[in-house]
Design a protein around this ligand. Structure first.
Ligand code: PLP
Length: 394
Protein backbone atom coordinates (compact mmCIF):
# COMPACT_ATOMS: atom_id res chain seq x y z
CA UNK A 1 0.00 0.00 0.00
CA UNK A 2 1.32 3.47 -0.82
CA UNK A 3 1.72 6.10 1.89
CA UNK A 4 -1.20 8.25 3.07
CA UNK A 5 0.71 11.35 2.05
CA UNK A 6 1.26 10.07 -1.49
CA UNK A 7 -2.42 9.12 -1.74
CA UNK A 8 -3.23 12.77 -1.05
CA UNK A 9 -0.73 13.93 -3.72
CA UNK A 10 -2.25 11.55 -6.27
CA UNK A 11 -5.74 12.83 -5.42
CA UNK A 12 -4.52 16.43 -5.75
CA UNK A 13 -3.01 15.74 -9.17
CA UNK A 14 -6.18 14.26 -10.56
CA UNK A 15 -7.59 17.53 -12.00
CA UNK A 16 -4.56 18.20 -14.19
CA UNK A 17 -4.19 14.53 -15.11
CA UNK A 18 -7.87 14.31 -16.03
CA UNK A 19 -7.49 17.38 -18.23
CA UNK A 20 -4.43 15.92 -19.93
CA UNK A 21 -6.26 12.63 -20.61
CA UNK A 22 -9.31 14.51 -21.84
CA UNK A 23 -7.17 16.55 -24.23
CA UNK A 24 -5.70 13.37 -25.71
CA UNK A 25 -9.17 11.85 -26.10
CA UNK A 26 -10.50 15.01 -27.77
CA UNK A 27 -7.60 15.04 -30.25
CA UNK A 28 -8.40 11.40 -31.15
CA UNK A 29 -12.05 12.27 -31.64
CA UNK A 30 -11.92 15.66 -33.38
CA UNK A 31 -8.34 15.96 -34.72
CA UNK A 32 -5.60 18.25 -33.38
CA UNK A 33 -6.74 21.24 -35.49
CA UNK A 34 -10.14 21.31 -33.82
CA UNK A 35 -8.90 21.10 -30.23
CA UNK A 36 -7.70 24.28 -28.49
CA UNK A 37 -5.48 23.09 -25.68
CA UNK A 38 -4.44 25.99 -23.42
CA UNK A 39 -3.83 23.83 -20.37
CA UNK A 40 -0.04 23.42 -20.21
CA UNK A 41 2.91 25.79 -19.77
CA UNK A 42 5.04 23.92 -22.29
CA UNK A 43 6.98 26.46 -24.42
CA UNK A 44 5.83 26.61 -28.06
CA UNK A 45 8.83 28.69 -29.18
CA UNK A 46 11.59 26.26 -30.20
CA UNK A 47 14.95 26.41 -28.38
CA UNK A 48 17.49 28.79 -30.01
CA UNK A 49 18.77 27.43 -33.35
CA UNK A 50 22.34 27.38 -31.99
CA UNK A 51 21.58 24.92 -29.15
CA UNK A 52 22.09 21.67 -31.06
CA UNK A 53 25.38 22.94 -32.48
CA UNK A 54 26.53 23.93 -28.99
CA UNK A 55 25.66 20.50 -27.59
CA UNK A 56 27.37 18.72 -30.50
CA UNK A 57 30.44 20.94 -30.04
CA UNK A 58 30.67 20.03 -26.33
CA UNK A 59 30.33 16.33 -27.12
CA UNK A 60 32.95 16.52 -29.87
CA UNK A 61 35.55 18.70 -28.16
CA UNK A 62 35.47 17.72 -24.50
CA UNK A 63 36.71 14.52 -22.81
CA UNK A 64 33.74 12.17 -22.13
CA UNK A 65 34.73 11.77 -18.46
CA UNK A 66 34.62 15.56 -18.21
CA UNK A 67 31.19 15.92 -19.85
CA UNK A 68 29.43 12.87 -18.43
CA UNK A 69 31.02 12.36 -15.02
CA UNK A 70 29.96 13.17 -11.47
CA UNK A 71 31.11 16.52 -10.10
CA UNK A 72 30.62 18.59 -6.94
CA UNK A 73 26.92 18.22 -5.95
CA UNK A 74 26.55 22.00 -6.41
CA UNK A 75 27.60 21.68 -10.07
CA UNK A 76 30.71 22.35 -12.17
CA UNK A 77 32.81 25.08 -10.55
CA UNK A 78 33.58 26.79 -13.89
CA UNK A 79 29.91 26.78 -14.96
CA UNK A 80 28.86 28.32 -11.64
CA UNK A 81 31.61 30.94 -12.01
CA UNK A 82 30.43 31.80 -15.53
CA UNK A 83 26.84 32.19 -14.34
CA UNK A 84 27.96 34.35 -11.39
CA UNK A 85 29.90 36.65 -13.78
CA UNK A 86 26.90 36.93 -16.09
CA UNK A 87 24.65 37.90 -13.14
CA UNK A 88 27.25 40.44 -11.99
CA UNK A 89 27.30 42.13 -15.36
CA UNK A 90 23.48 42.23 -15.54
CA UNK A 91 22.70 43.26 -11.96
CA UNK A 92 25.87 44.91 -10.63
CA UNK A 93 26.32 42.19 -8.00
CA UNK A 94 29.59 40.57 -6.91
CA UNK A 95 28.75 36.89 -6.89
CA UNK A 96 31.24 34.07 -7.31
CA UNK A 97 30.90 30.33 -7.95
CA UNK A 98 30.13 29.87 -4.22
CA UNK A 99 26.87 31.79 -4.64
CA UNK A 100 25.46 29.52 -7.36
CA UNK A 101 24.13 25.94 -7.11
CA UNK A 102 23.12 24.17 -10.31
CA UNK A 103 19.69 22.52 -9.97
CA UNK A 104 17.27 20.22 -11.73
CA UNK A 105 15.14 23.08 -13.04
CA UNK A 106 13.27 25.58 -10.86
CA UNK A 107 11.31 22.70 -9.32
CA UNK A 108 14.52 21.00 -8.18
CA UNK A 109 15.86 24.30 -6.85
CA UNK A 110 12.74 25.02 -4.80
CA UNK A 111 12.71 21.50 -3.40
CA UNK A 112 16.32 21.56 -2.26
CA UNK A 113 16.05 24.97 -0.66
CA UNK A 114 12.83 24.04 1.16
CA UNK A 115 14.46 20.78 2.30
CA UNK A 116 17.38 22.85 3.58
CA UNK A 117 15.25 25.39 5.47
CA UNK A 118 12.16 23.66 6.83
CA UNK A 119 11.56 21.90 10.12
CA UNK A 120 8.17 20.20 10.49
CA UNK A 121 5.36 22.77 10.85
CA UNK A 122 7.53 25.68 9.73
CA UNK A 123 5.38 28.05 7.68
CA UNK A 124 5.83 29.00 4.03
CA UNK A 125 3.80 32.01 2.94
CA UNK A 126 2.56 32.25 -0.66
CA UNK A 127 0.47 34.84 -2.48
CA UNK A 128 -2.62 33.65 -4.35
CA UNK A 129 -2.81 33.01 -7.19
CA UNK A 130 0.29 30.79 -7.11
CA UNK A 131 1.82 27.83 -8.97
CA UNK A 132 -0.09 24.90 -7.43
CA UNK A 133 3.01 22.73 -7.05
CA UNK A 134 4.12 24.91 -4.09
CA UNK A 135 1.59 22.92 -2.04
CA UNK A 136 3.41 19.66 -2.73
CA UNK A 137 6.92 21.13 -2.46
CA UNK A 138 6.09 22.48 1.02
CA UNK A 139 4.38 19.31 2.18
CA UNK A 140 7.39 17.26 0.96
CA UNK A 141 9.30 18.66 3.97
CA UNK A 142 6.33 18.73 6.37
CA UNK A 143 6.03 22.52 6.13
CA UNK A 144 2.71 24.36 6.41
CA UNK A 145 1.58 26.46 3.48
CA UNK A 146 0.05 29.79 4.51
CA UNK A 147 -1.94 31.44 1.73
CA UNK A 148 -2.40 35.20 1.38
CA UNK A 149 -5.56 35.83 -0.64
CA UNK A 150 -5.53 37.36 -4.10
CA UNK A 151 -5.57 41.06 -4.76
CA UNK A 152 -7.79 41.42 -7.83
CA UNK A 153 -7.83 43.05 -10.28
CA UNK A 154 -4.11 43.98 -10.45
CA UNK A 155 -2.82 40.83 -8.66
CA UNK A 156 0.09 42.52 -6.91
CA UNK A 157 0.68 40.73 -3.57
CA UNK A 158 -1.94 41.54 -0.93
CA UNK A 159 0.37 43.21 1.58
CA UNK A 160 -2.35 44.34 3.97
CA UNK A 161 -3.22 40.71 4.61
CA UNK A 162 0.42 39.53 4.42
CA UNK A 163 1.51 41.44 7.55
CA UNK A 164 -0.98 39.48 9.65
CA UNK A 165 0.22 36.12 8.29
CA UNK A 166 3.81 36.43 9.51
CA UNK A 167 4.49 34.50 12.70
CA UNK A 168 7.40 33.14 14.74
CA UNK A 169 7.10 29.97 12.59
CA UNK A 170 7.42 31.77 9.22
CA UNK A 171 10.56 30.36 7.62
CA UNK A 172 10.07 31.34 3.99
CA UNK A 173 7.95 33.42 1.65
CA UNK A 174 7.71 32.45 -2.03
CA UNK A 175 7.21 35.10 -4.71
CA UNK A 176 6.93 34.38 -8.40
CA UNK A 177 7.31 37.27 -10.82
CA UNK A 178 6.58 37.37 -13.74
CA UNK A 179 3.76 35.34 -12.32
CA UNK A 180 2.17 32.06 -13.25
CA UNK A 181 -0.86 32.26 -13.65
CA UNK A 182 -1.44 36.06 -13.99
CA UNK A 183 1.53 37.28 -16.07
CA UNK A 184 1.88 40.17 -13.61
CA UNK A 185 5.33 41.55 -12.67
CA UNK A 186 5.64 42.55 -9.01
CA UNK A 187 6.59 46.23 -8.84
CA UNK A 188 9.62 47.69 -7.06
CA UNK A 189 7.28 49.57 -4.69
CA UNK A 190 5.51 46.33 -3.75
CA UNK A 191 8.82 44.52 -3.18
CA UNK A 192 10.20 47.37 -1.07
CA UNK A 193 7.09 47.35 1.11
CA UNK A 194 7.22 43.56 1.38
CA UNK A 195 10.90 43.68 2.36
CA UNK A 196 10.11 46.24 5.08
CA UNK A 197 7.45 43.94 6.54
CA UNK A 198 9.83 40.98 6.51
CA UNK A 199 12.54 42.95 8.31
CA UNK A 200 10.02 44.06 10.93
CA UNK A 201 8.83 40.49 11.46
CA UNK A 202 12.41 39.21 11.74
CA UNK A 203 13.09 41.76 14.41
CA UNK A 204 9.85 41.12 16.26
CA UNK A 205 10.29 37.34 16.35
CA UNK A 206 14.09 37.19 16.43
CA UNK A 207 14.08 34.86 13.40
CA UNK A 208 15.35 34.76 9.82
CA UNK A 209 12.74 34.78 7.07
CA UNK A 210 13.98 33.77 3.61
CA UNK A 211 12.35 35.23 0.51
CA UNK A 212 12.42 32.62 -2.25
CA UNK A 213 12.17 34.32 -5.65
CA UNK A 214 10.93 31.69 -8.11
CA UNK A 215 11.93 33.14 -11.48
CA UNK A 216 11.55 30.76 -14.42
CA UNK A 217 9.86 33.57 -16.42
CA UNK A 218 12.46 36.31 -15.72
CA UNK A 219 13.33 36.66 -19.41
CA UNK A 220 9.76 36.48 -20.73
CA UNK A 221 8.67 40.13 -20.58
CA UNK A 222 6.80 42.37 -23.02
CA UNK A 223 6.78 46.04 -23.98
CA UNK A 224 10.26 46.57 -22.50
CA UNK A 225 8.96 45.62 -19.03
CA UNK A 226 11.33 45.66 -16.07
CA UNK A 227 11.65 42.75 -13.64
CA UNK A 228 13.22 43.95 -10.36
CA UNK A 229 16.15 41.85 -9.11
CA UNK A 230 14.80 40.94 -5.69
CA UNK A 231 18.13 40.48 -3.77
CA UNK A 232 18.58 44.26 -4.27
CA UNK A 233 15.46 44.85 -2.18
CA UNK A 234 15.82 42.25 0.56
CA UNK A 235 19.09 40.78 1.83
CA UNK A 236 17.62 37.38 2.77
CA UNK A 237 16.57 36.53 -0.79
CA UNK A 238 17.41 33.28 -2.59
CA UNK A 239 16.69 33.27 -6.32
CA UNK A 240 15.57 30.13 -8.15
CA UNK A 241 16.15 30.36 -11.89
CA UNK A 242 15.45 27.95 -14.72
CA UNK A 243 16.24 27.62 -18.43
CA UNK A 244 12.96 25.73 -19.00
CA UNK A 245 11.15 28.76 -20.42
CA UNK A 246 13.90 31.23 -21.39
CA UNK A 247 15.65 28.68 -23.65
CA UNK A 248 12.61 26.39 -24.11
CA UNK A 249 14.42 23.45 -22.48
CA UNK A 250 11.89 22.18 -19.91
CA UNK A 251 12.64 18.51 -20.53
CA UNK A 252 16.38 19.00 -19.99
CA UNK A 253 15.79 19.91 -16.32
CA UNK A 254 18.35 22.64 -15.79
CA UNK A 255 18.38 25.72 -13.58
CA UNK A 256 20.23 27.22 -10.63
CA UNK A 257 19.84 28.80 -7.22
CA UNK A 258 21.55 32.06 -6.31
CA UNK A 259 22.42 32.23 -2.62
CA UNK A 260 23.90 35.70 -1.97
CA UNK A 261 26.61 35.91 0.72
CA UNK A 262 24.40 38.36 2.73
CA UNK A 263 21.80 35.64 3.37
CA UNK A 264 21.46 34.69 7.06
CA UNK A 265 23.57 31.61 7.93
CA UNK A 266 25.03 31.66 4.42
CA UNK A 267 27.55 28.83 4.95
CA UNK A 268 24.92 26.52 6.42
CA UNK A 269 22.37 27.35 3.71
CA UNK A 270 24.92 26.73 0.99
CA UNK A 271 26.21 23.44 2.36
CA UNK A 272 22.65 22.38 3.24
CA UNK A 273 21.36 23.00 -0.29
CA UNK A 274 24.38 21.24 -1.81
CA UNK A 275 23.81 18.15 0.34
CA UNK A 276 20.05 18.38 -0.34
CA UNK A 277 20.83 18.16 -4.08
CA UNK A 278 22.64 14.88 -3.37
CA UNK A 279 20.32 13.25 -0.87
CA UNK A 280 17.14 14.19 -2.76
CA UNK A 281 18.46 11.78 -5.36
CA UNK A 282 19.28 14.49 -7.92
CA UNK A 283 23.00 14.11 -6.95
CA UNK A 284 23.76 16.95 -9.35
CA UNK A 285 22.05 18.85 -12.18
CA UNK A 286 22.45 17.19 -15.63
CA UNK A 287 26.12 17.58 -16.58
CA UNK A 288 25.79 18.11 -20.34
CA UNK A 289 23.06 20.72 -19.80
CA UNK A 290 25.20 22.58 -17.26
CA UNK A 291 27.91 22.91 -19.92
CA UNK A 292 25.30 23.87 -22.54
CA UNK A 293 23.59 26.69 -20.66
CA UNK A 294 26.94 28.19 -19.64
CA UNK A 295 27.44 28.91 -23.35
CA UNK A 296 23.97 30.44 -23.77
CA UNK A 297 23.93 33.11 -21.06
CA UNK A 298 24.16 36.04 -23.47
CA UNK A 299 21.40 34.83 -25.78
CA UNK A 300 18.29 36.98 -26.00
CA UNK A 301 15.03 35.13 -25.35
CA UNK A 302 12.78 35.43 -28.39
CA UNK A 303 9.38 36.52 -27.05
CA UNK A 304 7.98 37.69 -30.40
CA UNK A 305 5.79 34.60 -30.88
CA UNK A 306 4.37 34.78 -27.36
CA UNK A 307 3.83 38.52 -27.72
CA UNK A 308 1.84 38.02 -30.93
CA UNK A 309 -0.30 35.45 -29.11
CA UNK A 310 -0.69 37.70 -26.09
CA UNK A 311 -1.95 40.63 -28.19
CA UNK A 312 -4.35 38.50 -30.23
CA UNK A 313 -5.77 36.68 -27.21
CA UNK A 314 -6.03 39.70 -24.93
CA UNK A 315 -7.60 41.91 -27.62
CA UNK A 316 -9.92 39.15 -28.87
CA UNK A 317 -11.18 38.18 -25.43
CA UNK A 318 -11.63 41.69 -24.03
CA UNK A 319 -13.45 42.78 -27.23
CA UNK A 320 -15.74 39.78 -26.77
CA UNK A 321 -16.51 40.96 -23.21
CA UNK A 322 -14.15 38.93 -21.04
CA UNK A 323 -12.31 40.68 -18.18
CA UNK A 324 -8.62 40.18 -17.53
CA UNK A 325 -5.42 42.01 -16.67
CA UNK A 326 -3.02 42.37 -19.61
CA UNK A 327 -0.01 40.15 -18.87
CA UNK A 328 3.36 41.93 -18.58
CA UNK A 329 5.34 38.70 -18.70
CA UNK A 330 5.28 34.85 -18.77
CA UNK A 331 2.79 33.26 -21.19
CA UNK A 332 -0.48 33.08 -19.28
CA UNK A 333 -3.70 35.09 -19.30
CA UNK A 334 -5.80 35.00 -16.11
CA UNK A 335 -9.40 35.69 -17.02
CA UNK A 336 -12.38 36.35 -14.75
CA UNK A 337 -14.83 33.49 -15.05
CA UNK A 338 -18.11 34.91 -16.42
CA UNK A 339 -19.98 32.53 -14.09
CA UNK A 340 -19.35 32.03 -10.39
CA UNK A 341 -17.81 28.58 -10.66
CA UNK A 342 -14.49 28.55 -12.53
CA UNK A 343 -14.57 24.74 -12.49
CA UNK A 344 -17.98 24.69 -14.19
CA UNK A 345 -16.86 27.30 -16.72
CA UNK A 346 -13.84 25.15 -17.70
CA UNK A 347 -16.20 22.20 -18.07
CA UNK A 348 -18.50 24.20 -20.36
CA UNK A 349 -15.48 25.32 -22.43
CA UNK A 350 -14.82 21.68 -23.33
CA UNK A 351 -18.03 21.68 -25.38
CA UNK A 352 -16.18 24.12 -27.66
CA UNK A 353 -13.07 21.90 -27.52
CA UNK A 354 -11.30 24.52 -25.39
CA UNK A 355 -9.09 23.27 -22.55
CA UNK A 356 -8.30 25.81 -19.82
CA UNK A 357 -7.44 25.46 -16.12
CA UNK A 358 -9.68 26.64 -13.24
CA UNK A 359 -8.23 29.35 -10.99
CA UNK A 360 -9.03 27.02 -8.07
CA UNK A 361 -5.86 25.08 -9.03
CA UNK A 362 -3.95 28.30 -8.22
CA UNK A 363 -5.94 29.04 -5.01
CA UNK A 364 -7.93 31.72 -6.81
CA UNK A 365 -11.46 30.55 -7.60
CA UNK A 366 -13.55 32.68 -9.97
CA UNK A 367 -10.79 32.91 -12.58
CA UNK A 368 -9.38 30.65 -15.30
CA UNK A 369 -5.86 30.34 -16.71
CA UNK A 370 -5.22 30.31 -20.43
CA UNK A 371 -1.65 29.27 -21.34
CA UNK A 372 -0.93 31.00 -24.67
CA UNK A 373 2.33 29.15 -25.41
CA UNK A 374 0.58 27.52 -28.37
CA UNK A 375 0.59 27.86 -32.17
CA UNK A 376 -0.80 31.24 -33.24
CA UNK A 377 -3.43 29.45 -35.36
CA UNK A 378 -4.81 27.87 -32.16
CA UNK A 379 -5.47 31.36 -30.75
CA UNK A 380 -7.09 32.61 -33.96
CA UNK A 381 -9.30 29.52 -34.31
CA UNK A 382 -10.37 29.62 -30.66
CA UNK A 383 -11.54 33.24 -30.50
CA UNK A 384 -14.98 32.76 -32.17
CA UNK A 385 -15.51 29.80 -29.85
CA UNK A 386 -14.64 31.80 -26.73
CA UNK A 387 -17.18 34.36 -27.96
CA UNK A 388 -19.92 31.73 -28.39
CA UNK A 389 -19.08 30.29 -24.99
CA UNK A 390 -19.57 33.70 -23.37
CA UNK A 391 -22.88 34.19 -25.18
CA UNK A 392 -24.03 30.79 -23.94
CA UNK A 393 -23.29 31.51 -20.27
CA UNK A 394 -24.70 35.05 -20.29
N1 PLP B 1 7.76 27.72 -10.90
C1 PLP B 1 6.78 28.16 -11.69
C2 PLP B 1 6.06 29.40 -11.31
C3 PLP B 1 6.44 27.47 -12.86
O1 PLP B 1 5.46 27.95 -13.64
C4 PLP B 1 7.15 26.31 -13.19
C5 PLP B 1 6.82 25.54 -14.40
O2 PLP B 1 5.87 25.75 -15.09
C6 PLP B 1 8.18 25.89 -12.34
C7 PLP B 1 8.46 26.61 -11.19
C8 PLP B 1 8.99 24.65 -12.62
O3 PLP B 1 9.89 24.94 -13.63
P1 PLP B 1 11.04 23.92 -14.07
O4 PLP B 1 10.58 23.26 -15.33
O5 PLP B 1 12.23 24.77 -14.32
O6 PLP B 1 11.24 22.98 -12.95
Amino acid sequence: MISKKMKEHVKGSSMIRAMFEEGKKMIDLYGADDVHDFSLGNPSTPPPAEINGIINGILKDEKPTFVHGYMNNAGYEDVRETIAKSLNSKYGTSYGAANVIMTVGAAGGLNIILKTLLDPDDEVVVFAPFFGEYRAYTSNYDGKLVVVSANAPDFQPNLAEFAGKLTARTKAVIVNSPNNPTGVIYSEETLEALAGMLREAQEKFGTSIYLLADEPYRELVYDGGFVPFIPKHYENTIVGYSFSKSLSLPGERIGYLVVPSEVADFDDVLSGATVANRISGFVNAPSLQQRTVAKCLDMETDVSGYNKNREALYNGLTEAGYECVKPQGAFYLFVKSPIESDVEFCSLAKKYHILIVPGTAFACPGYVRIAYCVAHETIVASLPKFKKLLEEVR
